[in-house]
Design a binder for this molecule. Structure first.
Ligand SMILES: Nc1ncnc2c1ncn2[C@@H]1O[C@H](COP(=O)(O)OP(=O)(O)OP(=O)(O)O)[C@@H](O)[C@H]1O
Ligand SMILES: [Mg+2]
Length: 369
């Protein structure tokens, strides 16, 4: 089914709506096929989750996707992980019901109707930590016995480092390394946590995976993709306009998609400068209340630094006199503020330059302050 608007701002709807990422997809496939697990890292909203679903389409094995962003402890992990595995590898109809009952020694799975799809789905409930550990063991035993090749992607994997159960990493690592038919993708956006987890010699997952750092989509690839979708719908868009869109959105996937989504929905024929200006002010208007609330969340020094970075677009030498003087910042406060801004994910480090993490907030700050 063709979508009314080809520029997705969430989810994955198939190859047609997904720009490029051929090299990255290939890398994922060969890494997993050769028996290694993979760690996928990028800035937020760069396209990790989309890429996982895209590469699943190319795999000839069973695939499971699980997002653990909202888990805060081992029990919640086990529930979400267990449900994802059972529901994506078994169907609640027919003979697999008995097989599923046999997987779990301590808990009793049930079936409920998924309110979103209206379809029956397996449900689990766990009452305490001991039960969680036993259930996790049952799930890994099930995976071990299942002979079929399987890929499991755990998205937002950095979450496990916040669990109060500090043994989680070691526990998962020991189960995972004993699975011969299952490969894993660990994805996330908090780079320092994930790189430490997989490259610090004292940590359980040390050097156990291949890293893939996902960067922006190449400019020409993206503009060609955008142009082809406009042209398919008989809408005309010139090269300079295409260039302006991807530049303004800093080639950051989600922001390019949202910008194009809005432009596409606002015209039946040509895209011109006037329309771009209209979309930009609409974006600002929609988000202004959030942007203004950031001002209250940050200290004056942090806000001033954020504004200065926004005005510059990107800053490689944050302590350079010229930058400090232009924006009347002091070297010591900049040192402190940049750490806080990084922790709050208000700025992102791209290569060795800082920029405002939320691209549209950066544009708004540059224009309004
Ligand atoms: N290659 C692509 N072509 C077109 N759209 C894409 C592509 N990759 C991702 N998108 C779209 O960009 C948006 C952000 O992508 P996605 O959610 O995959 O990013 P993410 O890195 O997982 O983000 P987060 O860190 O917030 O989880 C989504 O709307 C998605 O549909
Ligand atoms: Mg994601």
């Amino acid at each position: 089914m063709a979508l009314d608007n080809p520029f997705l701002t969430q989810g994955y709807a198939g190859k047609e709506y997904f720009c490029n990422r051929q090299k990255e997809t290939q890398k994922i496939l060969t890494t997993l096929e050769n028996g290694r697990n993979l760690t996928l890292i990028s800035l937020r909203r760069m396209g990790k989750t989309g890429l996982i679903h895209h590469s699943f389409k190319e795999m000839k094995v069973d695939c499971v996707y699980v997002d653990i962003l909202h888990t805060t402890n081992l029990k919640e992990f086990t529930l979400i992980f267990g449900k994802a595995i059972i529901n994506q590898l078994e169907t609640p109809l027919g003979k697999s019901w008995n097989q599923v009952l046999n997987i779990f020694k301590k808990i009793q799975p049930s079936i409920k109707i998924d309110p979103l799809t209206g379809q029956p789905a397996f449900d689990l409930s766990i009452s305490n930590e001991k039960e969680a550990e036993d259930t996790l063991e049952d799930i890994f035993n099930y995976l071990t016995k299942r002979k079929k090749k399987t890929v499991i992607a755990i998205d937002e994997f950095q979450q496990i480092s916040y669990y109060p159960e500090k043994k989680t990493e070691a526990l998962l690592r020991s189960y995972i390394q004993n699975l011969h038919n299952v490969r894993f993708i660990f994805a996330g956006s908090i780079k320092h946590i994930l790189t430490a987890m997989f490259s610090d010699a004292s940590r359980p997952f040390y050097q156990s995976t291949q890293f893939l750092f996902l960067e922006s989509i190449e400019k020409n690839e993206y503009t060609e993709f955008i142009k082809s979708h406009f042209n398919k719908s008989k809408k005309k868009i010139e090269e300079n306009i295409l260039g302006e869109i991807v530049e303004w959105a800093h080639l950051h996937t989600f922001y390019v998609q949202l910008f194009c989504h809005k432009v596409f929905s606002k015209t039946d024929k040509n895209v011109d400068e006037k329309l771009l200006a209209e979309v930009k002010s609409e974006i600002f208007e929609e988000n202004e209340p959030y942007y203004i609330s950031y001002k209250n969340l940050l200290s004056t020094q942090q806000w001033n630094l954020l504004r200065a970075i926004a005005k510059e677009g990107s800053v490689s030498k944050i302590n350079q006199k010229k930058f400090l003087n232009t924006y009347q910042l002091s070297a010591s406060s900049v040192q402190r503020s940049i750490k806080a801004l990084e922790e709050r994910e208000m700025v992102a480090l791209e290569g060795n330059s800082y920029r405002v993490y939320d691209v549209f907030l950066g544009r708004w700050l540059a224009e309004n302050y």
